[in-house]
Design a protein around this ligand. Structure first.
Ligand SMILES: Nc1ncnc2c1ncn2[C@@H]1O[C@H](COP(=O)(O)OP(=O)(O)OP(=O)(O)O)[C@@H](O)[C@H]1O
Length: 226
């Protein structure tokens, strides 16, 4: 059996617009293993976000299968899919989507508290993640009082709060200047390695992509090695 965290098996995604079907993704095959960071490249509109949403069980594939830890998630109930997503998958977006009225540590504790983790344990977990992201001096700051890079580091910590096995990131440094992007990227890689999660990272930044373990690219609707 494969030891992949994420398996995309002949995944296809068709959108219907104005009564016409058009295929965005065709026969996509991909495996991401624990501890592996895979860069996902492709021109704007190529289908990177669609691929991440499909891998993250936010949208069903039109054809093919999405497996998380070897379990087919395409033919299960919505409830089971949501549960798998909540337990196994962390998401990081270009814009952080932090809750503005809560502090950094409260934002990171939130997924644990929602999942029923006792407050003390959630606090310790969130604190560890934020310290790993170099934010020990920002625990009690609200997002508005933090820089863009700090906010994004909080968002990465939050994505890992539930101990997911898979991290899906859509342009995690796309909104940051070069120097800040570098710092955030380094912290991101450090924490992903520490937690041994598999990561799939959509990016337009070829230099960052080259520093990941492997690069795949959406080209003409298909996934090719780069
Ligand atoms: N819900 C939808 N309904 C119809 N078409 C969609 C939908 N979502 C995405 N598309 C189309 O699918 C194609 C791929 O979009 P997607 O956002 O996945 O590309 P992307 O590679 O992430 O682009 P970017 O780098 O600009 O973010 C685009 O042509 C887009 O218009």
């Amino acid at each position: 059996m494969s030891d992949a965290i994420l398996t995309l098996d002949n995944v296809g995604r068709v959108f219907r617009q104005g009564g016409t079907d058009f295929a965005v993704l065709v026969d996509i095959n991909l495996e991401v293993k624990a501890g592996e960071i895979v860069a996902l490249l492709g021109q704007s509109g190529a289908g990177k976000s669609t691929l991440l949403h499909t891998a993250g069980l936010l949208e069903p594939p039109t054809t093919g299968q999405v497996l998380i830890n070897g379990q087919d998630c395409t033919r299960t109930s919505d409830r089971k899919r949501t549960e798998t997503r909540r337990r196994e998958i962390g998401f990081v977006y270009q814009f952080h989507h932090l809750l503005p009225e809560f502090s950094a540590i409260e934002n990171v504790m939130m997924p644990n508290l929602i999942g029923g983790t006792p407050k003390k344990k959630a606090y310790a977990n969130a604190r560890h993640l934020l310290v790993s992201m170099g934010l020990e001096h920002r625990l009690d700051h609200r997002p508005a009082k933090m820089s863009g890079g700090e906010q994004q580091r909080v968002a990465i910590a939050r994505a890992l709060a539930n101990h997911p096995s898979l991290l899906l990131a859509d342009e995690p440094t796309g909104n940051l200047d070069e120097q800040t992007a570098e710092l955030v990227f380094q912290k991101f890689v450090g924490l992903v390695r520490e937690k041994n999660v598999g990561a799939l990272v959509a990016t337009h930044n070829l230099e960052l992509a080259k520093r990941m373990d492997r690069i795949v690219m959406v080209r003409d609707h298909r996934l090719v090695d780069a």
